[in-house]
Design a protein around this ligand. Structure first.
Ligand code: NAD
Length: 276
């Protein structure tokens, strides 16, 4: 697929990996719809253990992408809600006349022991990380099939390998990899490709606002970024973190790779294979 002129929805685009993906597609000449919670982040049920993107971050992301010459529109959406997903696709089609690529990137994480993990937190993680991709695929496919479109799900290395105290997030990302393969098989007849990208360690707010604080106590006295870098050096074969732009590069590849479907591509410095 030639990216120039195509219409792309990116969820969770106000910051982090989603923002980098939105920037990359806009740079390549796509029309980008940057979707995130916006003001919906304040409504009950959408709040989380660490701050999700603020309303101002969504507006700022869309403004800055537009200022650099990209076509970008911000739309507020909570991907866990069917009506919100349908509205996101409807606003996209109304503004840009169709839809070519859906990037399901919005995601949340919470670590915890099985013994006291709250059922509501498990359900919210599945609602955002898995059901959101399912609902948006349902809303988008009638438009994608008119244009030999593409769905890219941002899963995780946690969708290929389990880890202690990470059962809910890992289960949700394994589910997203399963959804990717199943939809790829189902939608091939409609010439829609479905792939996933599995990032490793990317220093986004999800990491520095939450994961580093809860996981990296073995690096006391270090800044969050230094602790993160030390952790990556100690545990990842290539010893390096991934830049959001590297995940975005993989998303551009998925768009151009017309023979690739049903794939979950690790971009993780080898963390999936481990050190030994
Ligand atoms: P992030 O927290 O910086 O960004 C996630 C974005 O999703 C935020 O802007 C947030 O507001 C938005 N969001 C959350 N719930 C939403 C909802 N219900 N509806 C719409 N938007 C919602 O995190 P990130 O690191 O950029 O993560 C992006 C994706 O990459 C996630 O799916 C995450 O699981 C995955 N991932 C991240 C890493 C990493 O190391 N950072 C590694 C592997 C996978």
């Amino acid at each position: 697929m030639d990216i120039e002129g195509k219409t792309v929805i990116v969820t969770g685009a106000a910051r982090g990996i989603g923002r980098a993906i939105a920037e990359a597609f806009a740079r390549e000449g796509a029309k980008v719809v940057a979707a995130d919670l916006g003001s919906l982040a304040n409504k009950s049920g959408a709040d989380w253990h660490y701050a999700l993107a603020a309303e101002s971050e969504l507006a700022q992301a869309a403004r800055e992408i537009s200022e650099r010459g990209g076509a970008c529109m911000a739309v507020e959406a909570d991907v866990s809600e069917r009506a919100s997903c349908q509205n996101l696709v409807a606003e996209t089609v109304e503004a840009f006349g169709g839809l070519d690529i859906l990037v399901n990137n919005a995601g949340i994480i919470k670590l915890g022991r099985l013994a006291d993990f709250a059922e509501a937190e498990w359900e919210r993680m599945f609602a955002v990380n898995v059901k959101g991709a399912f609902l948006l695929a349902q809303a988008a496919v009638p438009y994608l099939e008119r244009r030999s479109g593409l769905i890219i799900n941002i899963a995780s290395n946690a969708g290929k390998r389990g880890s202690a105290f990470n059962s809910a997030y890992c289960a949700s990302k394994f589910a997203l990899v399963g959804l990717t393969q199943s939809l790829a098989a189902e939608l091939a007849a409609s010439a829609i490709r479905v792939n996933a990208i599995c990032p490793g360690n990317v220093f986004t707010p999800m990491q520095f606002d939450y994961l580093v604080k809860h996981r990296l106590q073995q690096y006391p006295g270090q800044s969050f970024e230094a602790a993160f870098d030390a952790f990556v050096e100690d545990t990842v074969p290539l010893g390096r973190k991934q830049a959001p732009a590297e995940i975005a590069e993989a998303a551009l590849y998925m768009a151009r790779a017309d023979s690739v479907t049903g794939v979950s591509l690790s971009v993780d410095g080898g963390s999936g294979i481990g050190l030994s």
